[in-house]
Design a protein around this ligand. Structure first.
Ligand code: ZN
Length: 287
């Protein structure tokens, strides 16, 4: 009995609308995390301020999307441009919330998926901007994923609380193990292939942040889907890298933000993961 019964007496349009509004506000919080977590700053006692003139952002200038539009993307005090990433993240969080409300309806599962999607959105941008995947999100996400496993709509139903946590644990271990295997294989190959003076990150191909992030994703999507997420991210990363090489913006040693592609694939798996795994398994069963 996990349906939120009180929602039933409300008009049907209210839940998606409220979810979108909550998403916009959470997008604002995601922006704070994206800016502060890679710099080792607290997000709990954060007071938003202009990075150029230090003026504190007033409450009425902190409305998601609207404030950026009203201020035309500039600080009210010093007119310094405010990154377009702020309204973009807010808009994406709002749209994701709406899509989750539409996909899962007023169930407790929508809250679990909302947290998962928010964390992926934050990691998408921290990896893109700083090549960092903060432990607060990845390792914290593993703990939250295990704890919320009984209410997770991506894990198979008809299992009790402990089996659900077991599935989440298997997903986390599977995700981390997969990256570990790739890292070890890559290290053996690149030691032979590349000279000794290249960085550890280039030598391994992936960082420890990716390993922790895959454990976090696995804790939310389970063992089967975590392989799909890894494969889809690697495919997207390869295609993107190839496209960049053809446009001569990158060469073989350019680091691509793998976490950004993992976040994209993770969000995809919320909506289509189970169908894709089922399709794949049905293809395997083809006589
Ligand atoms: Zn300013």
């Amino acid at each position: 009995m996990d349906r939120l019964d009180w929602v039933r007496i409300l008009p049907p349009w209210l839940f998606p609308l409220a979810a979108t509004a909550v998403g916009l506000i959470l997008g604002s919080f995601a922006n704070v995390c994206i800016h502060r977590l890679p710099r080792g700053l607290s997000v709990v006692w954060a007071r938003s301020e202009c990075p150029r003139c230090g003026a504190r952002v007033r409450a009425w200038d902190n409305l998601p999307l609207l404030s950026w539009l009203i201020l035309a993307g500039r600080c009210r005090d010093c007119r310094a441009p405010i990154s377009w990433r702020y309204p973009l993240v807010e808009g994406m969080a709002g749209l994701l919330s709406l899509a989750l409300a539409w996909r899962f309806g007023p169930h407790t599962g929508v809250l679990v998926m909302g947290l998962f999607a928010l964390a992926l959105l934050i990691l998408f941008f921290t990896d893109l901007e700083t090549m960092l995947l903060p432990d607060w999100i990845t390792l914290g996400g593993v703990a939250v994923g295990l704890g919320l496993a009984p209410w997770n709509p991506l894990l198979p139903e008809q299992v009790g609380a402990l089996p659900a946590m077991g599935l989440a644990l298997a997903g986390a271990a599977g995700g981390a193990g997969l990256i570990l295997a790739v890292m070890v294989a890559w290290r053996v190959w690149s030691r032979w292939r590349f000279p000794q003076d290249i960085s550890e990150e280039l030598r391994t191909g992936m960082g420890q942040g990716d390993l922790k992030m895959l454990a976090f994703i696995g804790a939310f999507v389970g063992l089967r889907q975590v392989f799909f997420v890894t494969f889809a991210a690697a495919l997207m990363g390869s295609l993107f890298g190839l496209a960049m090489m053809m446009r001569r913006r990158a060469h073989r040693h350019t680091l691509l933000p793998f976490g950004t592609f993992l976040a994209l694939a993770g969000i995809g798996s919320i909506f289509y993961g189970r169908q894709i795994v089922d399709l794949y398994l049905s293809l395997l069963a083809w006589p």
